[in-house]
Design a protein around this ligand. Structure first.
Ligand code: URA
Length: 225
């Protein structure tokens, strides 16, 4: 994608299923071409919590669902240990096509560039606009830098609940009146390690890295309780 390419232009007023259908034909950047399919977010429209990863991996690209490969299995275990039911959450990615370099029969993950994040961002904004989440969890640096700040450091700033206004959601910064369920509410953001980073952690440090992820997710579980 060149700098001049336009970001995606999602339709409005179509709900998550309408967005998913539209995103299936997204050509806003070049990643669509070698990828198998768009991997849109998944979860109920009533979800109070949204998890944002980086981009689909090899298995997600083949199956068309986010976090269903090795990183997804680790995420599922950590969610269970923190007392969060994945079926209550909405899980998505900052970029919705798999970026990779072919190497023989393998496809090697490549981190998406700023141009891919920029092209894909309107889909994420549309997901937030429909879901109006109470808590957004960034899984890893790519999501945190895209949604919080380019200077965000997971190692330093992880595990803290920060007040946050989702891009694309207007004036979400006040608590709702008790009698107005549709009023905007405060959204919270928390960033934590990407599950793939835990899988890459050397054996001797992996349990501690996993426990730290569960501790961060427990903060989220308590915020939702
Ligand atoms: N890693 C991600 O960031 N997202 C997925 O969906 C799978 C692996």
């Amino acid at each position: 994608m060149s700098q001049e390419n336009e970001p995606a232009r999602p339709p409005t007023g179509v709900g998550l299923e309408g967005l998913r259908t539209a995103a299936a034909g997204c050509r806003a950047c070049e990643l669509w071409e070698p990828a198998t399919q768009t991997v849109f977010g998944e979860g109920p429209e009533t979800a109070r919590i949204v998890f944002v990863g980086e981009q689909p991996g090899d298995q997600e690209d083949r199956r068309g669902e986010p976090f269903v490969g090795p990183a997804g299995r680790l995420l599922d275990r950590a969610l269970g240990d923190a007392g969060i039911d994945r079926r209550d959450a909405y899980i998505t990615n900052a970029v919705k096509h798999f970026r990779f370099t072919p190497k023989g029969k393998r496809r090697i993950h490549q981190t998406p560039g700023p141009e891919h994040l920029r092209a894909c961002r309107p889909w994420l904004e549309s997901e937030f606009a429909v879901l109006q989440p109470e808590v957004v969890v960034c899984l890893g640096a790519t999501a945190a830098k895209a949604l919080i700040s380019p200077s965000f450091r997971i190692t330093k700033d992880r595990g803290q609940l920060l007040p946050w206004t989702p891009p694309g959601v207007a004036a979400a910064a006040v608590e709702p009146a008790d009698d107005d369920e549709d009023a905007p509410h405060q959204t919270w953001m928390l960033a934590t390690t990407h599950p793939s980073a835990i899988l890459r952690t050397p054996d001797e440090a992996r349990d501690a890295a996993y426990d730290a992820l569960v501790a961060d997710l427990t903060v989220v579980a308590h915020a939702l309780a």
